[in-house]
Each structure stands twice: as C-alpha cells, then as structure tokens.
Design a protein. Structure first.
Length: 242
C-alpha cells in the first residue's frame, strides 16, 4: 500500500505528455522553497492499493495517446520504493510509461529494483555546491550526485531540473560548475531551469510553518536568460519551465 498525498488525473503542465501523477507522502529534504510542505511529514496521507491506483490510471488512459505516462512524484517517492515497484511493474505490463520525479537520497536494493521498471527519471539538483545545498535543503547533495553515476552506468534516461533562486542558486560560478559536472553524462536528455516563484507560500502560512525564503523575489528575465546562455554553451537541450 502506498501513502498518497494527492492525485492529478490530467496533468499537462510539466513532464512529457499528458499524465496521471501520484504525489507520495514523506520527504527527507526540507527545502526552503518547498511547493508542497504538507508532504514533508507523515501526518497527511491516504493509503491506497495498487488496484485502486491502477483503476484511476485505466480511467484516464484514453487521454494519454502515444505519449501517455504515469509519474510518481510528491516528495520523496524512493522512500516508498518497495511498494512503488509493485505498482510500476503492473503499469509496465499494461504498456504504460513510468516516470520517477525525485531529489534522490536513497539508493538500496528496493530502489535498484524500482528503476528496472522506470522509463524516465527526473532528478532535481537543488545546488551543485554541497555547503549551499545544505543551506537550501538541510541535506548534503552527495547522494544525489552519486545517483547520477548509477543512472549513467545502468543506461537509464534522465532529465535534470534546477530551481533558479535569486541570491541562492543564480551565482554565475555555480552555474558554470553545474554544467562542468553534467556535461559528461550521455544519458542526460535535457536540463530544465525552473524559475523560483512564490505561488505556494500560502501553504506554509496555512500550516503555521515559517517560510524559508521570505522576501526573496522571483528571478527577472535577465537572470533567467543569463543562466540559460551559460548552460547552452555546453548542454544542447536547456529549457525554461515556468
């Protein structure tokens, strides 16, 4: 049984194709700008079986077409890898593509098994500098970067996503460091820049939690273009998703 926070049945805003998205509960990161702070703890969730989730997917399969996918997201799906593997196996048996949206902190036998049934990994790199990563998330980035090598070694396709936060992740030297690190990975299909925004701040207030980036403004067009231009010198497929 998977601990589900919420479900989107016709999601076309991000990720490839039209998809059903399962947002899973629980996360080991505590990102200062988290969009879903209510998924961090184990307080708010609904336990659902494979059969219940598969029924939802089957009801929406008509909308998928040839680009239909199911995404496990939320934060952090790998913490429920054993149970998610069971679902992904059944999805693959129904010829439904699977995507894993993760910041990656766990790499064990259960996760390795899950990846056998995963078509695409969307990996968030919060910051390439470990010290700054800890400031943003309360966690090191070492396990995330180790996981990149695992994906490459096992020929698993992946995208990298990087949130552009003024004063935190928009330093030119850090952007240069990011591309230098990523350019060696042949299975990297694209790099997405996600401009920081404040649309979800209300959730923090409703949960009576202190928002970590109070007063930080959204990046301007000049900052976004500068970042993209730096990355595009070395990585072909760079996109801005806003």
């Amino acid at each position: 049984m998977l601990k589900i926070h919420s479900i989107e049945t016709f999601w076309a805003h991000e990720w490839p194709g039209i998809r059903t998205v399962f947002f899973l509960q629980w996360c080991q990161f505590k990102c200062l700008y988290c969009h879903n702070p209510d998924t961090i703890s184990m307080k708010w969730w609904t336990e659902m079986s494979d059969e219940e989730l598969l029924k939802i997917v089957e009801n929406n399969k008509i909308y998928f077409g040839k680009k239909g996918w199911v995404t496990a997201s939320g934060w952090e799906p790998t913490l429920q890898a054993k149970w998610l593997t069971s679902l992904f196996k059944k999805l693959k048996n129904s010829w439904i593509n699977t995507t894993l949206d993760t910041n990656w902190f766990v790499l064990n036998e259960d996760v390795a098994e899950l990846l056998k049934y995963t078509d695409l990994v969307l990996l968030d790199i919060k910051h390439i500098d470990d010290k700054k990563h800890k400031t943003l998330t309360w966690q090191s980035n070492k396990k995330t970067l180790i996981f990149l090598d695992y994906l490459e070694k096992n020929n698993i396709k992946f995208w990298i996503r990087h949130v552009l936060v003024p004063e935190y992740t928009d330093n030119e030297e850090d952007i240069e460091k990011l591309w230098k690190y990523l350019q060696k990975y042949k299975n990297l299909e694209r790099l997405e820049i996600l401009p920081y925004h404040t649309l979800w701040v209300f959730k923090w207030k409703e949960l009576k939690m202190k928002y970590g980036l109070e007063g930080i403004e959204q990046p301007n067009r000049e900052s976004i273009e500068k970042t993209v231009n730096i990355l595009k010198k070395y990585i072909k497929n760079v996109y801005v998703r806003g």
